[in-house]
Design a protein around this ligand. Structure first.
Ligand SMILES: CC(C)(COP(=O)(O)OP(=O)(O)OC[C@H]1O[C@@H](n2cnc3c(N)ncnc32)[C@H](O)[C@@H]1OP(=O)(O)O)[C@@H](O)C(=O)NCCC(=O)NCCS
Length: 170
């Protein structure tokens, strides 16, 4: 597979591709907070959502392209606007299935953790399905540790799935 991988900040003009991407990755695994339906936003709502990230120095949304195709995304988000949470951020990533195992997830984690370090963040947080071994070993590789578990995190087609809470203390 020829690869010309580019990581960059998301731009409002990525909104259409972003929504299509979400439908695709949502269908490819049951590990995300949405399925094949994707994100319930119009293109202009998604563009506004991306603008919120690019206009806020405390968070970032990244996209990964290969030859013009969106193949991965990652974000650092603020937990809440409250001053007592200002040291914390949430991190989330996804990669299109035909690109798994090629280092894209690691590339995203490197950039997102770097962003957190430069922003003075002290607690980087994420939630991951407890049976998502690929993602959990990726997060452990970057120093995340399990701090808890929610037995009923997801309910998919009537079945509960647990998730681990993992933190990286910087
Ligand atoms: C989890 C995910 C982001 C990983 O992305 P990726 O591009 O495949 O990751 P990488 O190629 O950088 O691999 C990273 C690590 O994953 C782990 N890994 C890779 N293949 C694995 C496998 N078959 N089994 C277990 N762990 C595996 C390894 O620790 C690997 O690091 P290494 O190559 O240095 O040993 C991707 O699989 C994905 O998007 N999955 C669906 C959505 C999802 O689960 N998102 C996370 C929600 S919390």
């Amino acid at each position: 597979m020829p690869m010309n991988i580019i990581y960059r900040e998301a731009e409002p003009s990525d909104a259409g591709k972003f929504l299509e991407y979400c439908k695709r990755v949502g269908a490819e695994s049951d590990n995300l907070t949405f399925g094949a339906e994707g994100i319930p936003f119009s293109i202009s709502q998604e563009a506004d959502f991306i603008r919120k990230y690019s206009g806020n120095p405390d968070c970032v949304m990244l996209v990964v392209f290969d030859e013009g195709e969106l193949i991965g995304t990652g974000a650092v988000s603020v937990v809440d606007g409250r001053p007592r949470f200002a040291h914390r951020r949430e991190i989330a990533i996804s990669v299109r299935k035909d690109y798994w195992g090629k280092g894209i997830g690691s590339g995203l984690m490197n950039l997102l953790i770097d962003f957190c370090k430069k922003s003075g963040v002290e607690s980087v947080e994420l939630e991951v399905r407890s049976d998502n071994e690929r993602a959990i070993s990726l997060y452990k590789k970057f120093g995340f540790e399990k701090i808890g578990r929610n037995e009923k995190f997801f309910k998919i087609n009537g079945e509960f799935f647990a998730a681990d809470y993992m933190n990286l203390y910087l």
